[in-house]
Design a protein. Structure first.
Length: 202
């Protein structure tokens, strides 16, 4: 039976963890419940898109990656084992791999060609420094090698703990810490001329 809006909203009360909620939604979708697919999309697509956008620097391409990752998630729903995997971790991993594949297929391009997101609703007055900081940091992250970029994005942008980043990237926690340290040094070097305004990423 499809979940109605009241039931979907009650999920946090019915299940003790996000993993349980996701497992219930995956099971519901596997039985043909399309409302479960909408709920999963609402829960996870936004953060998947955030990672893809940060990795690729291109909104349309990031949307394509997010859509493909969600479709892959839905395809595995009939065989999903919520005791062995978290939807968020699984999805981050798929998004990361799709982004890396696309990055490796790209011809080398100069940093200046990476488009920066714009928000026409923002007033320039009082926000120039904030916009300059965001633009500089985005450009600096985009310049990192792909694995450093992914580790920095997951840890510092998506706020995942180091063990979660390790799970997504399928590497050890020590390897994550090494990538973060190298990425941090590279960012500090790139942003050194703006250190006072931009600050350093720990």
């Amino acid at each position: 039976m499809p979940l109605n809006h009241a039931q979907a909203g009650a999920l946090p009360l019915l299940f003790s963890s996000s993993r349980d909620q996701d497992a219930a939604l995956m099971a519901a979708f596997a039985t043909g419940d399309q409302s479960a697919a909408r709920a999963l999309t609402e829960r996870h697509a936004g953060r998947a898109l955030s990672v893809a956008t940060r990795m690729l620097g291109e909104t349309m391409e990031a949307q394509d990656v997010t859509q493909e990752a969600m479709l892959r998630l839905f395809r595995v729903a009939p065989n999903w084992d919520g005791t062995r995997a978290q939807v968020s971790t699984w999805l981050y991993r798929v998004v990361s791999n799709l982004c890396i594949d696309r990055l490796r297929a790209r011809p080398t391009e100069p940093l200046d060609s990476v488009a920066e997101p714009q928000d026409d609703a923002m007033s320039a007055a009082g926000l120039l420094q904030q916009a300059d900081r965001a633009q500089a940091l985005h450009a600096a992250i985009a310049k990192l090698p792909e694995r450093q970029r992914l580790a920095v994005t997951l840890r510092h942008i998506e706020d995942l703990a180091n063990p979660e980043v390790a799970d997504v990237m399928e590497i050890s926690v020590d390897a994550v810490e090494s990538l973060l340290a190298r990425g941090g040094r590279a960012l500090r070097a790139t942003l050194s001329d703006r250190k006072e305004n931009l600050g350093a990423m720990e």
